[in-house]
Design a protein around this ligand. Structure first.
Ligand code: NAD
Ligand code: TYD
Length: 351
């Protein structure tokens, strides 16, 4: 049996943690990382493992069927870990078509390439699609998303991810392609691009810039340390049932305002600032259009069937994350120079 695994989007935030875990934990696997290197992809995220003999990087687009056919023919992948996506809700509001292209057409193209290449010889093959809890829509004050919750996506991002999930299931039901899907809550940790709330606020606190809170800051997200997410993916990839969906989450809900205050508290201590100094940077700005109120995951199935549990408490995970950003100033400077400045201006100037 071939031991090659295709990871798509492995130069991004979650993908780079997944590549690192698989390259180091499974030296018998050859990990091929296919990434287009959009603004969100960064090979610096993989500097520590790029010379490993069982790792190979290929620059390319998941919408390119010929490229995918050639890769499948060359490497005879037994597994696909599909992370590549456009992933930021705010960008999906300004450019929905980019999300349809990569998330819907790209995922469909990848499914076609796997189906063609595997040609019905599905024993020991796995097409694993990494998805989000945002496909379930928005919760009120009560309740949790389970694997049975009906899809109700409300942003162009979540609608494109929901569409891709549907295509993956369609290939399972129609062609028996051996698929697995997981839907995870919000991740945080090292290498997180500073367009998302946590790294954006860490970056702004370091630079004494305003911390933009959308609306009243009452929206709730369920935060999970990224290394716990990729550990769950590892368990599901190897032990989860074909055709099944697993929800992944940390049972760790925070309103945005409380989360940002916790960041400020920890960073004041770490930066030796006066208590309360960073909180003064908090600035309420115009709300996100169609802003989902609350996400919260019920990960009971994953715990009961596969024994996965998050390993880190949030305060500890956030502390590790801040420490990483403080000791990787060069990474942060690199990703926030150039185009990031234009994005930031367009996104926040008129709020
Ligand atoms: P990211 O934006 O950090 O990285 C995406 C990666 O995909 C980048 O390296 C980018 O270059 C690459 N990419 C984009 N378009 C591509 C294309 N057409 N062809 C090849 N590569 C392409 O995203 P992330 O936060 O690491 O998310 C990874 C996956 O996990 C996504 O599918 C996302 O929906 C899902 N997810 C993310 C979160 C989260 O909190 N970040 C939570 C749950 C699920
Ligand atoms: P984000 O990190 O973009 O993740 P998602 O929208 O996928 O949950 O946003 C997390 C929460 O923080 C969300 O409720 C929107 C809010 N938010 C702000 O208040 N200000 C910001 O500048 C950003 C980027 C997000």
């Amino acid at each position: 049996m071939s031991k090659s695994v295709l990871v798509t989007g492995g130069a991004g935030f979650i993908g780079s943690h997944l590549v690192r875990l698989f390259v180091t934990k499974y030296p018998e696997y050859k990990i091929v990382n296919l990434d287009k290197l959009t603004y969100a992809g960064n090979l610096e995220n993989l500097k520590d493992i790029e010379d490993r003999p069982n790792y190979k990087f290929v620059k390319g687009d998941i919408t390119d069927l010929n490229l995918l056919r050639n890769l499948f023919a060359e490497h005879k992948f037994f597994g696909v870990l599909h992370c590549a996506a456009e992933s930021h809700v705010d960008r999906s509001i300004t450019d929905p078509l980019a999300f349809v292209t990569t998330n819907v057409i790209g995922t469909s193209t990848l499914l076609i390439a796997a189906k063609e290449s595997w040609a019905g010889a599905y024993d020991d093959k796995i097409f694993y699609h990494i998805s989000t809890d945002e496909v379930y829509g928005s919760l009120g004050a009560e309740g949790f998303f389970t694997e049975e919750t009906a899809y109700d996506p409300r942003s162009p991002y979540s609608a494109s991810k929901a569409s891709s999930d549907h295509m993956v299931r369609a290939f399972y039901h129609t062609y028996h392609l051996p698929i697995k899907i997981s839907n995870c809550s919000n991740n945080y940790g090292p290498y997180h691009f500073p367009e998302k709330l946590i790294p954006l606020c860490i970056h702004n606190i370091i630079n004494n810039k305003p911390l933009p809170i959308y609306g009243k800051g009452e929206n709730v997200r369920d935060w999970l340390f990224v290394e716990d997410h990729v550990r769950a993916i590892d368990v599901i990839f190897h032990k989860g049932k074909v055709g099944e969906t697993y929800n992944i989450g940390g049972h760790n809900e925070w309103t945005n305002i409380d989360l940002v205050k916790e960041l400020c508290r920890q960073m004041d201590e770490k930066l030796g600032r006066e208590k309360g100094a960073s909180e003064k940077l908090i600035t309420y700005v115009k709300d996100r259009a169609g802003h989902d109120l609350r996400y919260a995951i019920d990960a009971t199935k994953l715990k009961n069937e596969l024994g996965w549990l998050p390993s880190l408490q949030f305060e500890e995970g956030i502390s590790k994350t801040i420490d990483w950003y403080l000791s990787n100033a060069e990474w942060l400077n690199d990703v926030t120079s150039g185009n990031y400045q234009n994005y930031y201006q367009q996104q926040y100037e008129k709020r």
